[in-house]
Design a protein. Structure first.
Length: 138
């Protein structure tokens, strides 16, 4: 009953906007318009709630969401890299090295041209790590 009532109210908002597709912001508006669903206000993200008369710009909400996810991943990667700064890279598994390099390249905006480039870069970093552990300068 609860889900049915919330869905019906969200569909009303969808029809007011002359759309045929139910979106997350429709559910958010259904929650804000009814006192019955006040307990859900804290659960529904504020960025999904569009206030009437206020335009949010031309950005698609899904693009905004993906950008936020990428920013969170970048922050987590940066934090991980800082915590692992003192660790010896030669003891890392090759898959982890390749994954770290791939994420670093994505963050810097440099996409590898092929899988070979990523593998070669991983092998080079492994060799450098082994040489450093042996005391050999490259």
């Amino acid at each position: 009953m609860f889900i049915l009532e919330l869905s019906l109210r969200a569909w009303i908002h969808t029809e007011e906007n002359k759309r045929r597709t139910l979106q997350r912001n429709d559910i958010a508006m259904a929650i804000t318009k009814t006192d019955t669903f006040d307990f859900l206000i804290d659960i529904v993200p504020r960025e999904d709630i569009k206030l009437p008369g206020k335009k949010e710009g031309s950005m698609d909400p899904q693009i905004v969401y993906q950008q936020q996810l990428q920013q969170q991943q970048a922050a987590m990667l940066h934090q991980f890299m800082q915590s692992q700064a003192g660790a010896n890279p030669s003891i890392w598994p090759p898959q982890q090295l390749q994954m770290m390099q791939h994420y670093q390249q994505q963050l810097q905006g440099m996409q590898p041209s092929s899988a070979e480039g990523t593998q070669q870069a991983g092998q080079q970093q492994q060799q450098q790590g082994q040489n450093q552990s042996r005391g050999v300068d490259v």
